[in-house]
Structure formats: C-alpha cells, structure tokens
Design a protein around this ligand. Structure first.
Ligand SMILES: *Cc1c(COP(=O)(O)O)cnc(C)c1O
Length: 493
C-alpha cells in the first residue's frame, strides 16, 4: 500500500509514492497536499462476516494492516492490543460495557426510526480524539525506537486536541510534548486535565494571550526550518494520516454491532469541524462498508453544511468564526476536506491543487455548476452519500433537554449538534448511528444551562481541579519560546 499527495501532479516525474511509516510522523506532503492511499483497500463480504465477532482491538488490527503494510503484522497486532483495552477506554456509562470500547446505545427503535448513539468518548480525556491519538502515541514510540530517533511535538490548543495529545504521549520514550494554551482561557476542567499531568516529558506552556497568539507562536517557530529540523519538531494535527485511518475502525465496529447481515445498511451522523472524523467514514464507505448516508453536522460555523447544501466552499475570516458552546467545532476552514474533494473530482491532483490554490487566493471555490463556477461536481456529491445540517446554541439546549427527558441520558454539546441533525435525516429501515464525540462533563457550563444540574463526572475525575498543576506562564515571544524548547530538549548541546 502506497500513499500519494492530493496535489501530486501526474506530469511531475517524481510522483513519489510513500509508505505508511514514511508519512506517520509528518503532516502535509511537501507539495502542500494531503496523503491518501493510491487505492482504497476493499473489504469483502466474507471478511465482514468474519469480523462480526472480533474484539475492537482485533478489528483495529485487521483494518490497519490493510493500510500499514510496511509494519510487520505481529508488531501491529501488539500495538492495537496495547491501545484498545478496557483500562484505557474505561469511562463508559455505568450501564455500558467498557470492553466494547465504543459501545452502542439504542435510543429509539421502530421500523420508521432507529436512532443509535455510538460512544467514542470513553478514553482518558473524554473526547473522541482519544480513539486515534492513543494509537498514535504507541505508533510514534514504536517508529522512533526502531530508528533510534526522537520527536518533540509542538502545538497549540484551546482544549480537546492538546489534552488528547498529552495523554497519548505521556511517558512515551523518545517523545516530548510542548503544548501552548491561552493562559486562564480554558475551562477549569480542561486546564486541570492538562496541567495536572506530572510526566517529565510533558510541558504545558500557558501563553499570556488568546488562542490565536498561541497558534502564531507555533507558526513562527515552525517557519524557522533550521530550528525545526535541529530540534526535531513535529505536530499531531488532524490531517495526520494515521489519525484518520485509526478512526475508520469505529465505523466498521458501529456497523457490525448494529446489523446482523451484510445486506443491511446504516447511516452515520457526525459532529464535524475539521472533517477528520467524517473523512474516516467516507474512507470506510469507499472500502465497501454498506453505509447509506454520511450526515455532516455543524454548529453555527457552517462552512461544511454550506458546501453540502450548495456546492460552494467558502472559508471564513476569523471575524466570521463564532465562539460557540460546541467549541471543538469552531473552525473557519476544514483542514481534511481536501481529501474528499480529491475523490470528488475523480482523483485529479492538478484540479485539486487549482481548487485549493483558489481557497488561498479567493477564499473558496464553487462546484455548483452555476454559470461562472469552478465546476459541476456538486451533482456527484449524492453518489458519496453525503448530506448535512447545522444547529445553534438554542438547538443544543433543546436537544440536551429532549435527550435527557426521552432517554434519561446527558449528552454533551457537540453530540447534541449531531442528534439534532440526525433527527432531520433518519429514514425508515436504515438505522442512524450518531457518533458521541465528547462526554457531557467536559462542557458542564452548557449542561447546567440546559438542565439546571451538573453533568455526572466519571470516576476519578471528581476532584481533578484540586490536583497539583505543573505549567509555566510565558509571553508570546518567539525567541523565548525557542530558548525554552532548546533548553528542555538538550539538542543544542
Ligand atoms: C475535534 C472534535 C470534533 C470535530 O471533529 P473533526 O474531526 O475536526 O471534524 C467534534 N466534537 C468534539 C468533541 C471534538 O473534540
């Protein structure tokens, strides 16, 4: 299995296909595109039948080995077995089984309407990013040990991604994490989750400023290529291919658990921001998983909903990007979207490159087929099963209340965006699986507003705010930031 960039021109002599291990630690391809397999591996009906009885870890192994063909099977099996355990994914609801890793809960079941919630948030940081990030931590440690190398992850977070990365990389040999966050701007829970880590390879840096200042710091430091190479700086952002492929697994698990035979179909609704999660659903479908629809759910930041309704992709300015009560979906452009567009335009890399160049120069593109548009591929979107919808803060409050009243469970704000949109798209005879992307305890402010009571916290999180915290406060100063990193990696000596 080899990988190509979505911008690798057919004309260029060196199309330069890469193996899984070559792209594991990287981000963008050198030409600015994203990596995808040359062809999607196909899954047969016989395989699907055989996979029905596998554990999550075994299923992850079967799917990953189709993509990571350059990692020896025995190693991959050990890595997936170590990652997907009931101990790591222990925060399932009291009446759900942690050994399921991503348990399904049937909310409604009738010939007209079947609505199912798939819990993806039972990992250490209570959000779905743990599903992929925990595997990434083990894959990184494995790959670095093989080459006797080390890696310093440098990133900025407003909450979910940074904590998922830290909990995945803590205690890992050869890896350090330097994570910037805006000083005193995260919720008390999120701050405590990150800053209570005492592992010597984790460095929490609270920056005097807002999230954009943190991101500017990361850009400035990464633009110094010489420093970046010497200090072995890397990232773990959502375009990382291994993260996407790890997420493919739970679409298979959800399908296999919700059906009894392969002639049945299911649909998925996915709370979406950077299009990473639902991109994995698209890949599962391209591999042959019988998915009827993939429904994109956004909040008020409806870049993706707009595209899937109209064919117009229009990225937002930061002044047009709203801070909402489902903050992990507050995006101005969807960084994984290029992977889908590449397939949509028939895997034409020149055309993909031209479209995303237009995103940089004109803020977007138009595939609606209207006079003067950039193409008419929007009429092919339905062939890929995509539909979409969006919701508002009022919708989230109403949905959290409804779900509590109707089914007796408390969902978080991102999952509420999913349920609201799923209800608009569920069809008779096709179970609709909504992906639960976080637990309610993480976004308690809105739960309190909706229900008048606090969200229950999983065991072990009761007093997290009172644990000792380990962090440094710094000014947004590039030179000081570089000094801090160099002092702690020791790589300049
Ligand atoms: C990151 C995140 C999302 C968005 O996922 P994408 O892969 O960026 O589409 C949704 N919900 C929660 C809770 C998240 O942390």
């Amino acid at each position: 299995m080899q990988y190509v960039s979505t911008r690798a021109t057919s004309a260029s002599a060196a199309r330069n296909p890469q193996h899984f291990s070559d792209i594991l630690l990287g981000g963008l391809a050198p030409d600015g595109g994203l990596y995808l397999p040359e062809q999607y591996p196909q899954v047969t009906g016989a395989e699907l039948d055989a996979w029905r009885t596998l554990s999550y870890a075994e299923l992850a192994y079967e799917i990953l080995r189709k993509f990571a063909t350059d990692i020896p099977d025995a190693d991959l099996k050990a890595l997936t077995a170590k990652t997907y355990t009931p101990e790591v994914y222990r925060n399932a609801r009291a009446d759900e089984s942690a050994s399921q890793i991503t348990p399904l809960r049937v909310l409604e079941q009738s010939p007209e309407r079947t609505l199912i919630l798939q819990g993806l948030s039972n990992g250490p940081t209570l959000a779905f990013k743990d599903m992929a990030m925990q595997l990434l931590g083990n894959l990184f440690e494995y790959a670095l040990a093989k080459n006797g190398d080390e890696l310093n992850i440098f990133g900025a977070t407003s909450g979910d991604t940074g904590s998922a990365a830290e909990y995945a990389m803590r205690g890992k040999r050869g890896i350090r994490v330097f994570m910037l966050s805006p000083h005193k701007k995260m919720s008390a829970f999120q701050t405590a989750q990150m800053f209570s880590l005492q592992d010597p390879n984790i460095f929490n840096i609270a920056v005097e400023g807002v999230f954009d200042d943190c991101q500017d710091m990361v850009k400035a430091v990464s633009n110094d290529l010489e420093f970046k190479v010497r200090q072995k700086i890397g990232t773990v952002n959502s375009i990382n291919w291994a993260r996407v492929v790890a997420q493919v697994v739970y679409y298979f698990r959800g399908y296999l658990s919700a059906t009894t035979s392969n002639d049945q179909k299911v649909s998925f609704t996915v709370p979406s921001g950077n299009f990473g999660n639902i991109c994995a659903g698209h890949i599962a479908r391209m591999m042959g998983l019988p998915i009827a629809k993939l429904v994109v759910a956004t909040n008020e930041n409806n870049v993706l909903d707009e595209f899937f309704r109209t064919g117009v992709y229009r990225v937002r300015k930061s002044s047009e990007t709203y801070h909402t009560s489902s903050p992990s979906m507050d995006i101005s452009k969807a960084s994984n979207f290029e992977r889908f567009v590449y397939d949509l335009v028939g895997r034409d890399a020149d055309r993909t490159h031209a479209l995303f160049r237009k995103v940089d120069t004109h803020g977007g593109f138009d595939l609606s087929g209207a006079p003067g548009s950039d193409g008419d591929e929007f009429n092919l979107v339905a062939n890929y099963g995509f539909q979409s919808g969006c919701s508002t803060h009022e919708d989230r409050l109403a949905t959290i209340r409804d779900v509590f009243d109707d089914y007796g469970i408390t969902i978080d704000t991102h999952t509420a965006d999913g349920i609201k949109v799923a209800r608009e798209h569920v069809e008779p005879g096709v179970p609709m699986i909504v992906l639960e992307t976080a637990l309610a305890a993480k976004f308690n402010e809105t739960i309190l507003e909706a229900l008048g009571t606090d969200a229950a916290r999983p065991a072990g999180f009761e007093d997290i705010e009172s644990l000792p915290q380990r962090f440094v406060v710094m000014q947004p100063n590039v030179a000081e930031m570089k000094q801090f990193i160099a002092a702690h990696t020791g790589l300049d000596k």
